[in-house]
Design a protein around this ligand. Sequence first.
Ligand code: AMP
Length: 215
Amino acid sequence: MLRLILLGPPGAGKGTQATRIVEKYSIPHISTGDIFRKNIKEGTELGRRAQEYMNKGELVPDDLVIEIAEARLLEEDCKNGYLLDGFPRTVYQAEKFDEFLQEKAAKIDKVIDIEVAAEELKKRIIGRRVCRSCGASYHVDNMPPKKEGVCDVCGGELYQRHDDTAETVDNRISVYNEQTKPLTDYYEKTGRLARVDGAGDTDAVFAAIVSIIGE
Ligand code: AMP
């Protein structure tokens, strides 16, 4: 049983590290952002409601996020644990999520906070490209795919997320600082927080994460 939360500002490398963590520990990767993007692609009512916030770099309202996250965590594949990426994102979400865990006599094993300096985040986000099929993440300069526009993992098409633009990025970083950063205190107080320096290359960051979780 392994329940993990990955915290960190947009562009810290959560998605990249999440892919490696779930492979090593055989747990599902639960990304609320991915759930919203899938719903937008499929044209659902949930997607329509989430999109108006996402396009502006704002957070989707707490109650809506909590409902979809909890529903996802009740699915069969989550019974032996999971990695949460992008949830919780506000102290209110974290409190509600703790209530949800308590009702099930469950607990979070570790909250891993990936830290990266603000000026680096912007460069990373604007150069990010993501696979439409499998969600693998690349960077035009730092981590280019072998063939431009094509995913190394599955051959899918790479695209730039609508919210990965210069216009939206400043807002996403300030939303993070105001609403999500306080979560590090919340988890630190209860002894669940571990900080990782996200400035190094992806292998070094992954090694630091594995040393926190344990082999
Ligand atoms: P992400 O893929 O995690 O960067 O999320 C993309 C966008 O989805 C965010 O900028 C928010 O608009 C929305 N979103 C994802 N997760 C949450 C959450 N836990 N709370 C509120 N909004 C979220």
